[in-house]
Design a protein around this ligand. Sequence first.
Ligand SMILES: Nc1nc2c(c(=O)[nH]1)N[C@H]1C(S)=C(S)[C@@H](COP(=O)(O)OP(=O)(O)OC[C@H]3O[C@@H](n4cnc5c(=O)[nH]c(N)nc54)[C@H](O)[C@@H]3O)O[C@H]1N2
Ligand SMILES: Nc1nc2c(c(=O)[nH]1)N[C@H]1C(S)=C(S)[C@@H](COP(=O)(O)OP(=O)(O)OC[C@H]3O[C@@H](n4cnc5c(=O)[nH]c(N)nc54)[C@H](O)[C@@H]3O)O[C@H]1N2
Ligand SMILES: [Mo]
Length: 781
Amino acid sequence: MSTIEDPVDDLSVTPPKTWATGVPAVAHALEYSLSQTSVRRTALTLLNINQTKGFDCPGCAWPEPAPGKRHLNEYCENGAKHVNDEATSRRVTAEFFRAHSIAELGRASDYWLNQQGRLTEPMVKRPGASHYEPIDWDEALGLIADELRRLDSPDEALFYTSGRLNNEAAFLLQLFARAYGTNNLPDCSNMCHESSGVALQETLGIGKGSVSLDDIHTADLIFVVGQNPGTNHPRMLTALEETKRNGGRVIAVNTLPEAGLIRFKHPQKARGVVGRGTPIADQFLHIRAGGDLALFQALNRLLLEAEDAAPGTVVDHAFVDSHTTGFADFAARAREVCWDDVRAATGLSREEIEEVRDRVLASEKVIVCWAMGLTQHKHGVPTIREIVNFLLLRGNVGRPGAGVCPVRGHSNVQGDRTMGVWEQMPKEFLDALGREFGFTPPARHGLDSVNAIRAMRDGDASVFLGVAGNFVRATPDSDVTEEAMRRCRLTAHISTKLNRSHAVCGETALILPTLGRSDRDVQAGGEQFYTVEDSMSEVHASRGKLPPASPHLLSEVAIIARLARRTLGSDPAIPWEEFEADYGTIRDRIARVVPGFEDFNARVARPGGFRLPNPVNQGVFRTQSGKAVFSRNAFTMPDIPEGHLLLQTLRSHDQWNTVPYAMNDRYRGIHNARRVVLVNPDDLETLGLADRAVVDLVSVWRDGVERRAERFVAVAYPATRGSAAAYYPETNVLVPLDSVADFSNTPTSKSVLVRLEPARPPELPAPVPAPPTGVVGARPP
Ligand SMILES: Nc1nc2c(c(=O)[nH]1)N[C@H]1C(S)=C(S)[C@@H](COP(=O)(O)OP(=O)(O)OC[C@H]3O[C@@H](n4cnc5c(=O)[nH]c(N)nc54)[C@H](O)[C@@H]3O)O[C@H]1N2
Ligand SMILES: Nc1nc2c(c(=O)[nH]1)N[C@H]1C(S)=C(S)[C@@H](COP(=O)(O)OP(=O)(O)OC[C@H]3O[C@@H](n4cnc5c(=O)[nH]c(N)nc54)[C@H](O)[C@@H]3O)O[C@H]1N2
Ligand SMILES: [Mo]
């Protein structure tokens, strides 16, 4: 039985790379895959990723090209790593849980927990027990059902999901929660693109992106703002390469000079093997943290002034007059933006922003893409609204080659929302659901992720069911959140792999192991497939190919259907058994409840599936006025007092959200360590710190509570002045629960005010073999 061996940091630093993806990337993918499983399984998984008859990559939500245009290897280095992390041959057995107490697992690193392999049978921790022990499915689901039935109010239960979940299971989960009586459906979106959803819903009438892959290919100008595609959406770089081949231009806006934004080598083509690759960004704006609102306000002012100078040539008056409201108000506000403020907020010169304006004026079709670098800021919603203003001004919404593109994270995070996994689903959806299944869904909004933590902390919620994901590591204020979880009467997780949420648990705790994307799924009605929706609203089938990791696994659909029946009793109006036997019967119901899914089974049977309509592209805006909305957004920038930095918590190249696969961040030149903080060399000097100084990160928040992440190595890095970057989830302990984005309640994971203190002397460290260089013997928490 493996003993707990957490990786020990042994930092080495090389210069950041200026290009992303190429032959080394494929080699890295294979290396990780082969460390997890056999050559045969590696080949089997890789050949089936993102093929029309294969399974959807469980990596990011970037869409696949149309069938026929796909590569034989339609995946990226990181997709290959995610798949083989799931397809691993390693197994976590009952034996493992006998050998390791829950307290011990609670001290292990995220890395080690994940490396133990796939979960194989249901496990329970009974009240007062120190270890998990095996339990059969029937009893496990009975325990949860009993606990749910015992609650005074259904609102004391929480149903968390992560965007890994497929459409069919997501639909059943929300149906179960609502038939049980609550809208408490917190999800990872609350911590991810919620700000995009709020801003787009308000201004365009739908909380989704409007562009397709074709639009990306044919745009004249694409902004990539607050996003690191080289690591998080590598196949997006292939698309941008095509944009460039078609004559389009790219402007990247980031606080860090991310490798993929600068130059790209295509790993699937000979061209990627030799030569320098395609330069991606024609202009790079090295912006200050949280400066994007000011940037787009300044740009809008410049565009309005260009219109004044040559009336009728800049603003698309026909579009603005017939399709929008609020232009005059917005324009008046935009003209007030002052250059000194813009300079302070962005760190950019007026000339740089004028260059952007000129590129915009030279472009007919403009797209703005963005991700967590915008959404996880306090003013993320106003920033995205201002981007919508910018696009509406020149009619860059709802026509080919133009539009909004929030680049989603989890492979089915958008689909889960479409299926009703949202604590605030609109009345029309709830009415349709109630009509279809003969009950009245609760009308009161449920709890999102932050409010779910508050409810557990305050004793207002006591049963937590997590379907995929790793709630205690994904959420902010780790100490508060863990304490809150431990207060629950029952916590249960439907998971593929071991993670910290299994070790930080309620009085009774359950681990319910499930099939992964790559596993074959056979039910009473035969072999099943399920469906997902990508970032561009393409819905398609996904079919696992591998023999399941263990004979005791149940699919997510089966677990949810059985649990629902145990909790609610059998009811002819909701045939849970039929749903479990044949997922096609779930799709028939989705077709009747969710707009855009008419004739679902037939349409998804076509290779490549179908695209959901986005009303914006038909010139329809489902806002109150029926028009797209120009908004007035007050100038806002982060306040960073002297001696402080604004910390962003982000992903390394070698992790999937809360799960590190290795200790490297190759493109940024960070090797063998995760407890590092990247800081501009001039800021280090001002703070009186040497490059490689060992520091504690101390979060500064109005509640005066000390939140500290200990023993990080400060690395001089080209981050913009006043900002710093360190990896999540190790730094979640620093993000105060109450520090959330306005309007979206998203934790401000990219905006944490910190000071760097010389590290306190470590407690007597366990003896470790002396590593060769630059040692930092800190253990992950
Ligand atoms: N390999 C891999 N792929 C993934 C994931 C993963 O963990 N690993 N996670 C998936 C998920 S769920 C998501 S949501 C996406 C996340 O995809 P990203 O949003 O690309 O992920 P982050 O690592 O959080 O990177 C945030 C980026 O924003 C920049 N940034 C931070 N603050 C600012 C700012 O104020 N202004 C600007 N302009 N830029 C800023 C950072 O420097 C960084 O480049 O990736 C998905 N894909
Ligand atoms: N500080 C900080 N915090 C953040 C972020 C940040 O940038 N900074 N990003 C936020 C974002 S964008 C997101 S999306 C969240 C991510 O939050 P989550 O989605 O909750 O976290 P993951 O790390 O993706 O979850 C990993 C676990 O999912 C389970 N899993 C994997 N595949 C499957 C499957 O097919 N089925 C089932 N049932 N389980 C599966 C495995 O057990 C694995 O351990 O984190 C958020 N938290
Ligand atoms: Mo995400």
